[in-house]
Design a protein around this ligand. Sequence first.
Ligand code: SER
Length: 324
Amino acid sequence: MSQSSPRILITGASGQIGTELLKLLGLRYGPENVLAADIQPLLQDPNAVESPFEILDVTDAGRVEDLVRRRGVDTVYHLAAVLSASGEKDPLKAWNVNIQGTVNILEAARKAGPARVFIPSSIAAFGPETPRLRTPQETVLRPTTIYGVTKVAGELLAEYYVGRFGLDVRGCRFPGIISHETPPGGGTTDYAVAIFYEAVRTGRYVCFLREDSRLPMMYMPDCLKSITDLMAADFSRLRHHADFNIAAMSFTPAELAAEIRKHIPGFTVEYKPDFRQAIADSWPESIDDSAAREEWGWRPDYDLGAMTADMIGVLSRRRAEGRL
Ligand code: SER
């Protein structure tokens, strides 16, 4: 790799988005230039990952700073977070990991020369008073989950570091992310991943949301594209920074089940809503992403049909090979 390759740190590298971003950036910049860090080891076969890996608790400011300094990190993808459903089970942990972790990353980045930072926000930044249809970029941010509270605070912190220190911080408000490599953990939108695994494995699924709960969602290739496209944008031309609305598709569990049935005709779903229903009810149904489209050319590739066909194809092949 050339001398000019970025020196990247990915926190939360063992997670749903982290594992796939690690692979993508490793291919693009050379695995030796991408340091993977997480509080738990990579779930994948460690021999299949050529990037260096370190155990990291992002709430440990000294460790974060040491890692960024020692490795000469100039770009951080800060994905470590406690998601919405897990957050309600342990709100203080969510606060510590999401807020203290973010402060530690921003401080380490500021002192490091500085380093550029990507920090995802979420549709969880919105709340029951936010307009639920085509939620605007600028709107009411009064979430009722601790995860949402930390995401709003994270957006504001990021903007503060941009304004006060001139730090390059960017991020999107991700919807539910659907993927087939590493399962999501502790989110309210996780049903939209689990439903595919159960459809292919058993042909039946018990859904923890009501059949008519419409939520914004996105397929992993679009999620990765949004991260790399936003990071490639000319920073001086961005009017927003770490709070971009982005959208790809919105659907209900019933609509997703109907789409899956086009591939697996006998697929059945039973609905048993639990505490996650109240979280889903507090979030938007669809998102206006015109700021992202205008400022850095955001455009998704996958809709419900294309995503479903791809997910079923990948998981069916895996099952046929005895790996699912
Ligand atoms: N997928 C996340 C969650 O459900 C939303 O950002 O918590």
